[in-house]
Design a protein around this ligand. Structure first.
Ligand code: 5GP
Ligand code: ZN
Length: 114
């Protein structure tokens, strides 16, 4: 998709801080960090939302989540847990229509962010 911001991130046309990348997915820091380490995982293939996945792509993308989550957790010893969030549709607060999974680190104490 020519005018898709995340397709441009996949191609490297828009810079991103890459957390993980392979042939199927790219994971990079969210430009607006909900908590420090907030990461987005996207299929490299343009898929607008969860409704457009086939089983094969869903399995491939979700199979990457444990190791990416572990990499995020390992990036900061203060990370004690992590939320996985996936918005689908405007009414569900999706704002970028290239499917993405939010990994949102959680800390035992908000003061620990810094
Ligand atoms: P949504 O609301 O669609 O679930 O989440 C979209 C996310 O994409 C938002 O958290 C937003 O901060 C992030 N985002 C939007 N544009 C860019 C960008 O150009 N680069 C990066 N790294 N994140 C972006
Ligand atoms: Zn796209």
């Amino acid at each position: 998709m020519d005018n898709c911001i995340f397709c441009k991130i996949v191609k490297g046309e828009i810079p991103s801080y890459i957390v993980y990348e392979d042939d199927v997915v790219k994971a990079f820091l969210d430009i607006s960090q909900g908590t420090p380490g907030h990461t987005l995982v996207i299929p490299k293939k343009h898929v607008p939302d969860l409704f457009a996945y086939d089983e094969e792509l869903a399995a491939a993308v979700f199979s990457r989540l444990p190791k990416i989550a572990q990499a995020v957790k390992d990036s900061n010893p203060k990370i004690k847990g992590l939320n996985v969030l996936n918005n689908n549709g405007k009414v569900a607060y999706q704002s970028v229509f290239h499917s993405h999974i939010h990994l949102i680190p959680r800390y035992s104490d908000q003061d620990d962010f810094k």
